[in-house]
Write a protein of this length. Structure first.
Length: 374
């Protein structure tokens, strides 16, 4: 975002979902249908100015230029992995940066979006958590990632470069930025914006139980939950939030989430850590735990990060773990690692965070490991 945009007092229309846009136009004496027109120009056609909006009169366009704008984060780095995965570093206000990732496949294109600058949850295997936390992203900074990526990718002829799915699995815990994330996801679902189906928008959470219930009532998209362990003792170490919302409470929330939604399952993410959570006994405990849970299990090979001592489970260990779950009747897949050569794989997103929690400083003071390696 350039310095002029940072100082711009105008209303940023990327911050407004449909109700917000309707209220905005009502406040300036315009009819509600203007919201639909402008939504289409901004989100469907990627406009960043009002001049191309030809179904708005010239007088209205001049007025909008005076007191409104369309301002997104700025791309400061664009990296392409060997496998075609693409990662962008995006600059926000106050020099903080976030990352988003696009993963192309033959039948889909998935955009991984961030919801916070850093993360306060401190999961032990995650690069974002190691950075501490600065702030929540605004609606404009969340939907602006999809807006930016769509503009970039739409200029490429390859059909595999089109965005068909969005996952809220980037930096941050989405449910700790509930209102802004829900407003952004409503834009993703709106037929006059991006028109994605609820099955193609996925929110990933570490397990904030009350907000999972709230999400079901407010924006019932696909849900993924970072489980990573079959017992509370182990999950307490890997995902500290478990101390507040233990596994039984979390799985009960997952069951409630899919009530009344036939053929829907929650995705349970399970990162494979060598010698930590990958034994056959862990697999058997997990199978027993999930026997009546409407879920599918996504096994994720661990991707190394600076400052962590974990190692990825061997392929053989992952395969044996999966076979136990499959034999118990659980839908189980092993996620293919994508973009690890540019640190774009699961758990590796870091960006650049001015840490208000001072977590890095605290870790450095308590550890002999040089700060630059954290």
């Amino acid at each position: 975002m350039n310095s002029a945009a940072r100082q711009n007092p105008r209303v940023n229309l990327l911050n407004l979902d449909r109700p917000g846009l309707e209220a905005f136009f009502a406040s300036v004496g315009e009819k509600p249908y203007r919201a639909t027109q402008v939504m289409q120009w901004i989100h469907r056609y990627g406009c960043d100015s009002f001049e191309p909006m030809t179904n708005l009169g010239k007088a209205l366009r001049r007025r909008l230029e005076a007191f409104a704008c369309i301002s997104s984060p700025t791309i400061v780095k664009d990296e392409l992995a060997r496998d075609g995965t693409r990662k962008w570093l995006l600059e926000l206000e106050n020099s903080n940066c976030i990352e988003m990732v696009f993963i192309p496949e033959h039948d889909r294109g998935t955009l991984c979006i961030s919801s916070q600058v850093g993360c306060a949850l401190d999961c032990s295997f995650c690069a974002t958590g190691k950075q501490g936390f600065n702030r929540n992203l605004s609606v404009a900074e969340i939907i602006g990632q999809l807006w930016l990526a769509s503009r970039v990718l739409d200029h490429q002829p390859d059909s595999e470069r089109k965005i068909t799915n969005v996952v809220m699995m980037g930096m941050g815990e989405p449910l700790l930025n509930f209102d802004n994330v829900v407003s952004a996801m409503r834009l993703m679902l709106d037929d006059n914006a991006y028109g994605l189906s609820r099955r193609r928008v996925t929110l990933s959470t570490a397990g904030l139980v009350p907000r999972i219930d709230r999400l079901r009532e407010n924006c019932h998209v696909s849900l993924a939950v970072s489980l990573h362990a079959p017992t509370d003792d182990l999950r307490d170490r890997l995902v500290p939030l478990n101390k507040k919302y233990p596994i039984r409470e979390l799985l009960a929330a997952c069951e409630r989430y899919v009530v009344g939604a036939p053929r829907r399952r929650v995705t349970l993410e399970y990162i494979m850590l060598d010698g930590v959570n990958d034994s056959l006994e862990h697999a058997r405990k997990l199978a027993k735990l999930l026997v009546n849970v409407p879920a599918k299990v996504n096994l994720i090979p661990y991707n190394p990060i600076d400052g962590a001592t974990y190692q990825c489970s061997s392929k053989g260990a992952i395969d044996r773990f999966r076979e136990v779950l499959l034999s118990a009747g659980l839908v189980t897949v092993t996620r293919r690692t994508r973009g690890d050569d540019i640190n774009a794989a699961c758990g590796q997103l870091a960006g650049r965070v001015d840490d208000r929690t001072r977590r890095t400083a605290r870790i450095s003071a308590a550890s002999p490991v040089p700060a630059q390696t954290l």
